[in-house]
Design a protein around this ligand. Structure first.
Ligand SMILES: [Zn+2]
Length: 319
């Protein structure tokens, strides 16, 4: 009970202006294709280019630091500050309605728990964030709720009578240009707010904030009409959570990510972490996913965008 709860929604981006962070393409214009990358397992600290830290990409951080620059000049600015994001280790993804073992991967979601617990025991992270998918009962991502939004189905979409669970429906929110075309995977009902399925698995170690580590919980996906895979943004990139601000508050430079599901929420969170300029690591063996082929595609895509993929045993050497 003593950890901090992040506000899910920080602000509603109503202005058409694009977010100020650079797009991934702008960050990594000349990256080799994934096949040209070194194998994932060989990602090491030495491969971390110093210019990847957010401090050198976002002058605003330096501005913030200028107030205290007299006490702690440049030395403080170069310190590596590490955050661990533990994504959606919730019952519904482990043995509930959207259990990975019933997905194409047939992964056992609970296998991430001992790996994450060992990391939490053995490695000091400056910031730890536990995320939870946290949907309203009428959420757009639930197949069962299709009739509620039948009038929003695009002509491009399969008709309602042909759509099945795990299909992609295309919705049109005509009154909102930012959601003029929304592709939505139709999931089984999962992680409904205040249900057992939405709870974090009891075997996962939950740290408490102390002088060494700051610990937060982040609820996402609680807007009925927009899904939110990433812990930073909703799927339409309309509303941002407070995660980035929180990481900035603590001067985080390096973000490590584990949890569920590799090819969905872990992937999306990592993508936005890289976009924000954090040196980002996916801890591959601390993640489980929905579909093996998709997992490989997503990891290759992230590597091409300068995200690193590592294993839990290597993390201690990276922080
Ligand atoms: Zn969800």
């Amino acid at each position: 009970m003593s950890f901090n709860r992040l506000n899910v929604v920080k602000k509603n981006k109503r202005t058409p202006k694009e977010p100020t962070q650079p797009t991934p393409k702008e960050q990594t214009p000349k990256l080799p294709t994934p096949k040209e990358q070194t194998p994932r397992l060989r990602i090491s600290k030495e491969q971390t280019p110093k210019q990847q830290t957010p401090k050198e990409q976002t002058p605003s951080i330096q501005t913030l630091k200028s107030e205290t620059s007299e006490q702690q000049p440049p030395k403080e600015q170069k310190r590596q500050v590490n955050a661990l994001l533990i994504v959606d280790v919730q019952y519904d993804f482990i043995d509930g309605s959207l259990a990975l073992k019933n997905c194409p991967s047939q992964h056992q979601g609970e296998h991430v728990i001992p790996i994450l617990n060992k990391l939490l025991n053995d490695v000091h992270f400056d910031v730890v964030v536990y995320t939870q998918d946290w949907h309203t009962p009428d959420h757009i991502s639930f197949y069962d709720n299709l009739p509620l939004r039948a009038h929003l189905l695009s002509k491009e979409s399969k008709p309602i009578e042909e759509l099945k669970v795990f299909d992609v429906a295309i919705f049109e929110f005509k009154y909102d240009i930012r959601r003029a075309r929304v592709e939505q995977i139709l999931w089984p009902i999962h992680c409904v707010q205040n249900t057992h399925g939405a709870e974090i698995h009891a075997d996962l170690k939950i740290l408490q904030s102390d002088k060494i580590s700051k610990v937060y919980k982040l609820l996402k996906g609680n807007d009925s009409d927009i899904d939110s895979y990433s812990a930073f943004w909703d799927n339409q990139k309309i509303r941002e959570t407070s995660l980035h601000d929180t990481l900035q508050e603590h001067n985080v430079t390096h973000v490590f990510i584990g949890g569920i599901a590799t090819d969905v929420c872990v992937y999306s969170t990592a993508l936005h972490s890289v976009e924000y300029g954090y040196k980002t690591y996916i801890i591959e063996d601390a993640c489980r996913g929905v579909d093996e082929n998709n997992i490989n595609l997503r990891l290759d895509e992230l590597i091409a965008r300068n995200c690193s993929v590592t294993q839990a045993a290597n993390v201690k050497n990276l922080v």
